[in-house]
Design a protein around this ligand. Structure first.
Ligand code: ATR
Length: 264
């Protein structure tokens, strides 16, 4: 039986075991998928288990997506560009790191028929997932990317890598067509994001990387004003689909049943 694991800290909330477990059953794959709370100092040990074949693959989540890179032998193009790894696998005795969050985000936009070419984008947050979002937006040729983060320094660090982005002060509301929350604000039901929704206008597209709760206050406020909204559920599902494909050479189907699996 093959063994897969998602590593992070905290990790209790992860729905990856449920999703991969569902697909194992559906496609008759003899494997288990577990979650493991892993501290920084334990990362090397996890990678060594993958090297020895004790674990066949791993997903990586907050806060290890960048930290794990130094223990890997090679990176996919997206992982290299974003310095973010969420999927690890072994091939010919080498340990590879891939970033499937980029695919997940792009595919979720594609599925929702969201044409963002030449649009002005405001990203809130400069955390672990933000480089993946920027990478896709650049690929899809948006007109301009503005980043606003509570700690401005973190946004400015991102600008060193992605030189075309502009940094906006936290709390300021520039005009934008597509507004993406990549912060962790919204995970708790009373979390509020301090932007001027009325100033942004209507007929905009608001996207929250958070999918639990399924409608954050950010999305609620946007919807109230007649904007299009989307949470991070499809992004999560499609990053898992890509990881599954890397490990098992089978592209699992994403359908309503899969989406409902992750609902509260
Ligand atoms: P990471 O993904 O890097 O591990 P995180 O704790 O999940 O970190 O936080 C991701 C993002 O949420 C960061 O942009 C963080 O802003 P800072 O760079 O200022 O820390 C943002 N964030 C977390 N809590 C916040 C809050 N209460 N208000 C505003 N932004 C917040």
């Amino acid at each position: 039986m093959k063994k897969y694991v998602v590593i992070g800290n905290p990790i209790e909330h992860s729905l990856s075991p449920k999703l991969h477990g569902y697909w194992f059953k559906k496609y008759g794959i003899d494997a288990i998928y577990e979650k493991a709370q892993v501290l920084d100092g334990e990362l090397e040990q996890v990678i060594s288990k993958i090297k020895k074949g004790e674990i066949n693959g791993a997903n990586v989540t907050v806060p290890h997506k960048s930290k794990v890179i130094k223990y890997l032998d090679a990176l996919s193009e997206d992982a290299e560009e974003t310095q973010s790894v969420n999927t690890i696998y072994k091939k010919e005795d080498k340990i590879y790191g891939a970033n499937t969050d980029t695919f997940g985000f792009e595919q979720s936009l594609f599925e929702k028929h969201s044409n963002i070419k030449n649009k002005q984008v405001l990203i809130l947050g400069a955390g672990g997932v933000t480089p993946s979002i920027i990478c896709v937006l650049q690929k899809l040729k948006v007109n301009k990317i503005l980043i606003s983060n509570r700690t401005k320094y973190n946004a400015e660090k991102l600008k060193e890598k992605f030189t075309n982005i502009d940094v906006v002060n936290w709390g300021e509301t520039p005009s934008a067509d597509f507004i993406i929350n990549t912060t962790s604000v919204g995970l708790h039901s009373n979390d509020l994001i301090n932007i001027d929704y009325d100033k942004i206008g209507t007929n905009k597209f608001y996207y929250d990387v958070i999918y639990k709760p399924s409608k954050t206050n950010f999305l609620r406020e946007a919807e109230k004003r007649g904007n299009k909204i989307e949470n991070g559920k499809l992004m999560f599902i499609y990053q898992a689909q890509k990881a599954f494909e890397i490990w098992h050479k089978t592209k699992p189907e994403v359908n309503r049943e899969v989406e409902e699996l992750l609902d509260d």
